[in-house]
Design a protein around this ligand. Structure first.
Ligand code: ADP
Ligand code: ZN
Length: 620
């Protein structure tokens, strides 16, 4: 970067350095605001493009941009990625040798750094703030800014001290960035980082490339394997609630021939680091994890996130599923849910050591999650409404939209179900109640004398899966509720007691799954797409162009080799999106190559000739 920085135009930097044709969403307004010296809070979903909001200004303003980031592993990726673009970036962290930090210090004092990443404790502790001369800092970027919030779940005490920056460097712009949307966290960030005088930029929290697919819970392992069958060779995350479930699902996936690794807080640090490293470097690894696997997963090509247990809340669900498809290519958020999970989750809350107020909040969060999973229409509309955004039209990319369920008047079956719960004594779980309805004659039914009840066998018009769905929906509506402390038993809920459903005066329109066992349905795989390229799917943007799958595979092989030689993850070399665009457009000259998204001047010089060879069908 030899040209005088202060005079560089943001759009030119975006094009020449990063190889992108246009800013996305609010990026341009943010960049111009910061280049002009303004401070701001940026709220943008994962994958929305937060990094460029400070990386471009860093190249437009005089001096070095200091980026505060909580995760050392991520810093290194960011630095590698920037160097590939020809940007002078470095990191200061505790994982470094003394020589390495000295070299970084030297570069800093010589004004030879565009961006410097560091952890908050590094910035605030010691004499670092004194050593940073005010006139040499382009801006402060505070990534994962929600870590300053005690209300949120990623609170880091060191972040509180970042408020000092304004006293020491009143004229240096400060940009706080987060993907956490809720208003309370937002307010805390504004206060604690002293940003009340700055601007707030909000991008839509919609992630249109993520397809939300919810499934009624049946045989979870079989359901998961069936879902994964169409995602072989793709990178993904499977979230399970407990360590033992993580271990057991990971074993099953390995046995079924998937490249899966477990990840939870009970594993040795070394084993966890290895799992994370494999996930980042190889393209088709599945991590089966508890929520311990979370913040800082910035791998762009995660193609699916599967939940085999309900997450804690809709916020958690949004964060966890948000790790899919950061590159903007089609991705799937798949989840099984069943009424059986709900009593257990309620119990977790009741049995926790939290105060009454906190328990009320947690119960409220759980209710929102249940409402989402039981919603009959578009999932995305429910999800976004929860975050205060209205989506005018159904999204067309969720199970609710893709598999609309016909609504039927289920008043009579509902009455039968409630009667059966009542007549069996309001203490049995869904499985037993449904057995009675279907006229089961197992030993337990006979021992209890439930084959003698008038309700025995009165429900043969629906099958087991349909009855389970009705149980869930009636639970969501409050007609059924868990027996307090009753291990999954059901009793009549308040609605059943106050509403006349049992007396036959109300109608009840609800959707039902089709008869038959949990079947394969349309849309399990995101946007069709061929399976031959080990996970690369056709981008929506190029869907009218015939992508040459073999060429994509060749490009991917070439990328893997480049990454291996340099010891970096493949996506640091090029994102999938760039490879797909290359295969679709087949540029034949360096000039044409420069027009491909993600190929800036430095990458053109470094990889151009070799890429053209691959595109000509030579070995590269
Ligand atoms: P976030 O930090 O908000 O999760 P990133 O900054 O990692 O998101 O960006 C996500 C992806 O989008 C990256 O692959 C990035 O290169 C790409 N991206 C961001 N902005 C643009 C843009 N204006 N044009 C093209 N790609 C972009
Ligand atoms: Zn939808």
């Amino acid at each position: 970067m030899t040209s005088p920085k202060a005079s560089r135009d943001p759009t030119l930097v975006l094009r020449e350095v990063f190889g992108y044709g246009a800013f996305r969403g609010p990026q341009e307004a943010i960049v111009r605001h910061v280049v002009a010296g303004g401070s701001a809070l940026v709220l943008m979903p994962t994958g929305g493009g937060k990094s460029l909001c400070y990386q471009v200004p860093a190249l437009c303003r005089a001096g070095t941009a200091v980026v505060v980031s909580p995760l050392i592993a991520l810093m290194q990726d960011q630095v590698e990625g920037l160097r590939q673009f020809g940007v002078r970036a470095a990191a200061l962290n505790s994982a470094q040798s003394a020589e390495a930090s000295q070299a970084t210090w030297r570069a800093l004092s010589e004004g030879a750094l565009d961006l410097l990443y560091m952890s908050p404790e590094r910035l605030i502790g010691g004499d670092l703030l004194e050593r940073l001369a005010p006139g040499t800092i382009a801006l402060f970027a505070i990534d994962e800014a929600h870590c300053v919030s005690q209300w949120g779940h990623d609170f880091r005490p060191e972040y509180l001290q970042l408020g000092q920056l304004v006293e020491r460097f009143p004229d240096v712009p400060r940009l706080a960035l987060t993907a956490t949307a809720d208003p309370r966290t937002r307010e805390e960030i504004l206060d604690r980082l002293d940003l009340r005088g700055g601007a707030v930029f909000t991008a839509s929290f919609d992630r249109p490339n993520i397809r939300y697919m919810l499934r009624d819970k049946g045989e979870v392992k079989a359901q998961l394997l069936e879902f994964l069958a169409s995602h072989r060779g793709e990178a993904g995350i499977v979230y399970a609630r407990s360590r033992s479930r993580v271990e057991s699902f990971a074993r099953d996936l390995v046995a079924a021939g998937f490249d899966a690794v477990p990840y939870h807080a009970g594993l040795e640090a070394e084993q966890r680091a290895r799992a994370l490293d494999r996930f980042r470097r190889d393209s088709g690894v599945i991590v089966v994890a508890t929520i311990a696997f979370g913040m800082g997963i910035d791998k762009p090509d995660v193609r699916f996130v599967a939940h085999v247990d309900l997450p804690k809340s809709l916020e958690a669900y949004y964060q966890e599923t948000g790790r899919a498809g950061r590159d903007g290519l089609p991705a799937v958020a798949w989840m099984v849910h069943g009424a059986g999970d709900v009593p257990q989750l309620r119990r977790f809350i009741d049995d926790s050591s939290a105060g009454e107020e906190q328990k009320r909040i947690e119960h409220g969060k759980l209710e929102s999650l249940i409402a989402f999973s039981e919603a009959a229409g578009c999932r995305r509309q429910v999800l976004l409404r929860h975050f205060g955004e209205e989506l005018a039209e159904p999204c067309g990319n969720c199970d609710g939209c893709l598999e609309p369920r016909e609504r039927l008047d289920l008043r009579v079956p509902a009455q039968k179900l409630l009667s059966t719960v009542y007549r069996t004594g309001q203490r049995f779980g869904a499985a037993h109640v449904v057995d009675v309805l279907l006229g089961g004659s197992g030993e337990r039914i006979r021992q209890l004398g439930h084959d003698q009840l008038s309700v025995h066998g009165i429900g043969r018009e629906l099958d087991r899966g349909q009855w389970r769905s009705l149980v869930r929906q009636l639970s969501a509506l409050g007609y059924l509720e868990p027996v307090p402390g009753g291990k999954g038993g059901l009793q009549l809920g308040r609605e059943a007691l106050v509403r006349p459903l049992l007396r036959g005066e109300a109608s009840l329109e609800l959707p039902l799954p089709p008869p038959g066992r949990e079947q394969r349905r349309a849309g399990e795989r995101a946007h069709g797409g061929g399976g031959g390229t080990g996970g690369l799917q056709r981008s929506q943007a190029f869907s009218d162009v015939d992508v040459d799958e073999e060429l994509v595979a060749a490009l991917k092989g070439w990328r893997r080799e480049q990454a291996r030689q340099q010891g970096v993850p493949p996506y640091v070399v090029f994102h999938d999106r760039t490879l797909l665009e290359l295969a679709a457009r087949r540029p034949a000259s360096l000039d044409d190559l420069a027009g491909i998204g993600g190929i800036g001047a430095a990458k053109l010089e470094r990889y151009g000739a070799s890429l053209l060879a691959v595109l000509r069908g030579e070995d590269g």
